[in-house]
Design a protein around this ligand. Sequence first.
Ligand code: NAI
Length: 711
Amino acid sequence: MKTYAPSRKEGPLDDFTDYRKQGGIAVITFENPPVNALGIDLRKGIAEAIDKAAAADVTALVLTGGGRCFSGGADIREFGSPSIEPMLRGVIDRAESSSKPVVAAVHGVAFGGGFELALGCHFRVAAPSAQFALPEVKLGLIPGAGGTQRLARLIGPEKALGIVLTGDPVGAEDARAMGIVDEVAGGDLVAAAVAFAEARVADGSVLKRACDLDAPKPPDGFFEGQRKKIERRARGLIAPWHCIDSIENAVTLSFDDGMKKEREYFVECRESDQSKAQRHIFFAERQAAKIPDVPKDIAPRQIETAAVIGCGTMGGGLAMNFANAGIPVRVVETDPEALEKGLGVIAKTFEAAVSKGRLTDADRETRMGLIQGTTDYADIADADIVIEAVFEEMDVKKQVFAVLDQTCKPGAILATNTSTLDIDEIAAATERPEQVIGTHFFSPAHIMRLMENVCGRKTAPETIATVMNMAKTIGKVGVLVGNADGFVGNRMYHCYTRQANFLLEEGALPQQVDRVLFDFGFTMGPFAVGDVAGLDVGWRIRQRRAATRNKDERYSPIGDRICELGRFGQKTGAGWYRYEEGSRAPIPDPAIEDIIVDVSDELGIERRDITDDEIRERCLYTLVNEGAMILQEGLALRSSDIDVIWIYGYGFPIHRGGPMFHADRVGVKVVHEALSRLYDIHGELLKPSPLLEEMARDGRTFEDLQKEKTK
Ligand code: NAI
């Protein structure tokens, strides 16, 4: 271990670490805004400060973060580069092996490496608002600096696994109850930590080194039970399984061996494509919030009150989003019965959350209190934003927008949740098209995180900035897209399901297509999704468009035939599958197979064996192809935006990083070759787009393209 020559200076050791004496205690403050990421500079500074304190005339050390938190964790931008000493594990070892008491004073977040550093200290004093988490699993990783080994030894494997497997934060009081935190201190945190350290020196407390503790044995079968529990959720993933393995090691192996294994798992995860995909999405999500056309000096408007028009499937969820974020919201319905019904569904949804232990009764009451129903538009005159979620009919939407324009205060944003209609046409029903924008939420709207924000021709930058900012406030991921048929997500989804339907005509069955895409990692295959969402919605849209459909383009009639039988999916007990009373498990239905085979006959298609590879290629590469066209048309700003849309709106497996990232991994050339081959067989709808063609020729990836654009 390299040691640093202790300097005599008090105060800043370097740009990142401050060292000063408070009484007989060394207070080490590290700072690397905005979240004190533990990059190399910070690690060096902390290591040096610990060494300095070891040699100095002090009796104990307090380690704390400057600015708004203790530390948000490792600097994941360093992941691609060779490791530089001192590594975080070494810094933590230094703290833990100190012969003088080391106290972590934690405010704000102690996440990931930040939490691991705090765990290496002998004691932890926390501000009441402090939060602790090991969120590595969300990036396809496991904690790699002793987090699994120390935490399991400190609080036992059951509680530790809960923290490691969910990645979710634990508040200061809960952390104290679990034994993570020794004292929760209001007021001046550093002063409290110094006092705590002085008391430990005075009473000669034994230093609590987590590495020296024995992790208590959990009940027999605990780890096996945990593995069973995550079977479905963690299918295809590496990290969650290694989280369990590593916590189990804390019980069965020595600390050193457990650390060795933790490191092996960490490196395996870090180098895996899945963690790279998850890290890609982590950055992509943040990137999506940056809109080049919105000047920096445009400030988003504050949303203090909101209104939702229509309290059906989507409107109810939208109202809940605002209430969950503490924003009062008024919901407008056409008549008292519809209103009562809609509000009843909201109340039931909150009640279900309470009975599942996800919400306290008090919170439910507060949130319900924030939602008020009305049938009078005059009641929403003061709302800062109105989101319309009425029937998907242009005339109805236009009428609603004309009324909103008359009723709502100047400057109020008028948004529409339409999933298919032209934003400009809706905006034209008002005198304020600059304040009209699409906010396309996904069902169930209170759960799905995507908000596809659709920019009209006249939408003002301030409107865009406000809606993008609001997405964050209500816990959504906003992505800005252009106004075109289906926007970005549904336009691509249409291509995807179209290929799935063609595959049925050619020889596959819904259960085969769904299995292949489920195995790829989708939450559900396209036919199972259709049954959940309701097949009548798409059917109505197809009927409306039938007159203008290009008759030369291949069209599969199977979906229409199924709807003609009144099979609209789960809500009618049958769709692409059949369902037993009270069950949501799809059961393959011979009646559907008959319909499919009949259609193949009518179309003169000879049914053949369809391989799983073909299903993957046709469904997934068509997505990539359409994504490339969307990029070329400028409907999406970046390929990573398309990835975010697919992860958060369509259940694309996060460990594959979205369709465009997936194409880069497979190789754009490979995707292009496959599409060229399929185009020769199946024609126009699988023709490689010009952009894909060009990229394959030049050997460029979507990531290259994005980098070139942001240069
Ligand atoms: P829905 O039929 O469940 O609800 C529509 C509600 O609007 C009904 O309760 C109706 O009484 C009310 N309504 C109709 N005209 C009204 C008016 N003039 N003033 C006030 N209320 C009125 O429909 P859903 O599914 O909630 O869809 C709403 C919008 O959201 C549509 O534009 C749809 O395309 C879009 N959308 C739907 C998704 C879904 O999965 N259901 C997903 C994304 C967008």
